[in-house]
Ligand binder design. Structure first.
Ligand code: SF4
Ligand code: SF4
Length: 451
């Protein structure tokens, strides 16, 4: 090949790479503008100009025939490092907890304990170390209280209305079973139920065998405090619903609690429908909805193949990260459990990212590595610190969920990043830095009056 042709081809390659970079970052800026991410939009415009410019200058000014080729090869090799898939080995550690979780240990249960009652005395005899902190949050105004810091005279009552609606749903979580059992084969019924859940508006639905560790040991809400959980069902269907991205970006202010309550209602209705259908078909079935859980929803959802448990202790789903609410239906119907597609990249990403720990106003999320707790290697948040903040502000905060890089909307731009995160260790490191650069290490809440 003549030297001039070789040189011209090298320059054209640089023009081509510059054009690609320009188009990609202009697209990223436009997508960010649509998401009302103004900081990210500005940053992507900057990159759309700053990255192609040196390449263009080089292509135009260099007289060397080899320099454009060297730069091109370096860029391709660099991109290869970031984009070539390198799968992680599957988890080696045990992910099944030893024994069951006691619902009475959760903050919602401790919140209803009243000093002077036998339940209060019994609980703090068992856990004296929790008494001082728990008594402190009981002195705070409380969730949705008119004297809480982030009280909003419109949104708090709206959220309260949702919680009162869910309270009524508790009468329908279980019920009589039809005498005559319809004969379905397991795979067909499983497919039908999952597609129904998606039709109703679930983002994903999955099925697992119901294992002992999915069940609470004892109930901890006011209607059933201290009742042992029996668990006669064989399978569980878990479904997730999306929490609105804009409402969550308002976290920790009032819209986040409105959105949580709204999605508890939606997911609860879906679970009630599905449980009722199964009972009418002649199978025992129970819906597990907000305040009426006999199962630990994130564990069921993880084992049903819907995601992994991340640093903030929530289910991290492939499309929306932690920005979901979960409902579960347990049943005796002969369903077929889904294969769990384990994704170790989530744990690897969380190990580096730590953004939720950085934004948490109560410092409840650990910065360190996972610890072995109850037979499982995991991160454990400080529930008491988190809940104490909620009872001061009146909302359920959700700053961690809102700032998580996995929580970005389910769009081509973010899905491209999710794909890279899932497949390339180098890309995971880059993605943490890019997310900080574009959205900020501590993204500012979206506060714009009524949404
Ligand atoms: S913010 Fe980062 S560390 Fe926290 S859960 Fe999300 S990905 Fe993991
Ligand atoms: S909800 Fe708020 S206080 Fe609780 S862990 Fe998340 S960021 Fe921290």
């Amino acid at each position: 090949m003549p030297v001039s042709t070789f040189s011209i081809m090298g320059s054209y390659l640089l023009y081509f790479i510059s054009a690609l970079l320009f188009i990609f970052f202009v697209y990223a800026a436009w997508a960010s503008l649509k998401e009302k991410e103004t900081r990210a939009c500005r940053r992507f415009v900057l990159l759309a100009v700053a990255l192609p410019l040196p390449l263009l200058a080089l292509a135009l000014l260099t007289e060397s025939p080899v320099v454009p080729w060297i730069i091109t090869v370096a860029l391709v090799v660099g991109a290869g490092i970031f984009f070539i898939p390198r799968p992680l080995p599957a988890y080696k550690e045990h992910i099944v907890p030893r024994g069951r979780i006691d619902e009475r240990d959760t903050m919602f249960s401790r919140d209803i304990l009243e000093p002077g009652t036998s339940e209060y005395d019994a609980y703090y005899r068992r856990h004296p170390e929790r008494k001082k902190g728990d008594d402190a949050f009981r002195r705070n105004p409380g969730l949705l209280s008119a004297s809480a810091t982030f009280y909003d005279p419109f949104i708090f009552p709206a959220a309260q209305a949702n919680f009162e609606l869910i309270e009524q749903y508790r009468n329908f979580v279980d019920g009589p079973v039809a005498n005559e059992r319809q004969q379905w084969d397991g795979p067909a019924l499983s497919r039908q139920l999952k597609s129904l859940a998606l039709k109703y508006g679930a983002v994903r639905a999955g099925i697992t065998r119901l294992e002992d560790h999915h069940l609470y040991s004892y109930r901890g809400r006011k209607h059933n405090y201290g009742e042992p959980v029996e668990g006669h069902h064989t399978h569980a269907l878990a479904l997730t619903v999306e929490m609105d991205h804009d409402y969550l970006r308002n976290a920790p202010y009032a819209y986040c609690v409105l959105e949580s309550s709204r999605q508890y209602v939606r997911s609860g209705v879906m679970a009630l429908w599905i449980a009722r259908i199964l009972r009418d078909m002649g199978y025992h079935a129970r819906a597990h909805i907000d305040g009426e859980y006999e199962v630990v929803c994130p564990l069921v959802a993880r084992d049903a193949g819907l995601g992994e448990i991340g640093r903030m202790g929530l289910l991290m789903t492939p499309e929306l990260g932690p920005r979901v609410r979960i409902a579960v239906v347990t049943t005796t119907a002969p369903l077929v459990a889904d294969e769990r597609d384990e994704d170790p990249s989530v744990i690897d990403f969380c190990t580096t990212c730590k953004k939720c720990a950085d934004v948490c106003p109560s410092r409840a999320i650990p910065f360190g590595d996972r610890q072995e707790i109850g037979g499982v290697l995991r991160w454990q948040i400080d529930q008491q610190a988190c809940f104490t903040y909620w009872t001061r502000t009146g909302t359920d905060c959700a700053r961690c969920m809102s700032a998580c890089p996995y929580s970005h909307p389910d769009t081509p731009l973010h899905n491209l990043v999710r794909h890279g995160i899932r497949h390339s260790p180098a890309f995971r490191k880059l993605a943490v830095r890019m997310d900080d650069f574009a959205y900020g290490r501590k993204p500012r809440p979206l506060v714009k009056g009524r949404m």
